[in-house]
Design a protein around this ligand. Sequence first.
Ligand SMILES: [Zn+2]
Length: 399
Amino acid sequence: MTEKLYSDDSYLLEFESTVEKVQKIEGGYEIILRSSAFYPESGGQPCDMGLLDGQQVISVHENETDEVVHRLEEWNAPVGDAVKGLVDRERRLDNMRKHTGQHILSGAFVRSAGVETVSAHLGEFESTIELSVADLDERALIDAEDMANEAVMKNLPVTISYYDRNQLDALAIRKIPDLEGKYRIIQIGDFDCTACGGTHCHRTGEVGTIKITGKEKLRGHLRVTFLTGRQALMDYRGKHDITAAVSARLTCHFSDLDKSIDKLMDQNAALRKEIGALNKKLLPYEVEQLGRAAESIGGIKIIFGNHNDKHPKDVKELAAAAAEAFKSICLFTAGDRLLISASKGVTPDASRLAALFMGKFGGKGGGSAVFAQVGGLPSEKTGEMLDSFVEIVRSELGG
Ligand SMILES: [Zn+2]
């Protein structure tokens, strides 16, 4: 069993120890020391990283016999050698803040909403807790968040003490796991008390802001996503920068952003409507012009062109109107799609033309005898594809 130096001192980041076992594994080595300050991945907390004897530690886990196993790609020191360990400070402190923040938030949910935490996961950026409730409204989340941040601002002491199972009933413990031996109890002032093997801060003030960033219902439980400390600051900074940039572009205060965006969307919808009405008025002229310019093979006009600047709905109307006005085949591109119309009785019909096109150039689609479309095409190549396809249609018509 490895002596776990992180257990009583989570701020110990440099240590010296003796190599007890060296095992060659695929792609590296597994090293066991007499004692270690490296926290192994467990209890939803990611493992520590850092250097051991100057080599990069890539993962740390605990085996069945309570030994801390360090994995490294390179290793030189034999069994019995003294080696130095250096735990990555930033990662450890982040994990301590996340873990202490998780206890505080879980305690706040018990106090404010009467719900327990059934599991917790500390992520690289965001962390989550799963609550024993199907859902909570926005107000309940804000209440818990407020209470958690008040506990942070009170800068409560976080203490570790060890108890036997039969002593636990006297403590107001949030969660008692089934364990053998002594229980490691983490107390946060008189705010929260739970059994946990992780690394925590000395005082709640070190955690920094605790911010809930999302909720998700799953398996009859509610999973709440949250951020602490540095990650909460990074998230706030990123969102602040975006909000400030968008506010400047819309020349409004950030509190009016939703109103400004609603206004823009309304204006956009009105413009779209106006363009639709204008296009309808223009349609007969455009159709006439297309018909005049089109070549005719065997009495069938081939009308084609790129309409990537138009809304596909307008292009479809144009193709339908042209097929109605002349005995014709129309081939129009719009963004990533090709729209095909054919007058009634024209062979090949629109559906057959779509199949021909897909056989040659790919894409997905189909349609009726008078209208078909092919989508999912590379937008930058539709012009080229159209030119080649027009040649194919010409030869189909015997031109
Ligand atoms: Zn913990």
